[in-house]
Design a protein around this ligand. Structure first.
Ligand SMILES: [Zn+2]
Length: 106
């Protein structure tokens, strides 16, 4: 399922733990909101590919990766993202901080 122009549901639910990681309707709705309000706008501003290292995590996946007990990843409200090099990651962080966090979503 394509969520926005550059983000797909599989990309946000992939895990290398081998554990089932299927979001329910409510969690999918949160992922759609996350892509629409944060990830896609960030991608558009940044102007190049953004990789999702970890998006949605089921309870078991979150536990397996040592996530916080009340992690927003379990609600589909968080994604750990990265671009190719550290300097660029800083630029992406600043873009999000300066343009999207102030919009009140994060
Ligand atoms: Zn995270």
């Amino acid at each position: 399922m394509q969520i926005t122009k550059n983000f797909t549901l599989p990309e946000l639910t992939t895990t290398n733990t081998g554990i089932a990681n299927q979001p329910d309707k409510e969690q999918i709705a949160a992922l759609i909101k996350l892509c629409g309000k944060v990830l896609q706008p960030a991608r558009d501003m940044y102007g190049a590919a953004i990789s999702v290292n970890s998006g949605f995590r089921s309870y078991a996946v979150n536990k397996a990766v040592g996530g916080a007990r009340n992690s927003q990843h379990m609600r589909g409200e968080a994604a750990d993202i990265t671009v190719h090099n550290k300097e660029q990651n800083k630029k992406l962080f600043e873009l999000i901080r300066d343009n999207l966090i102030s919009a009140g979503f994060m």
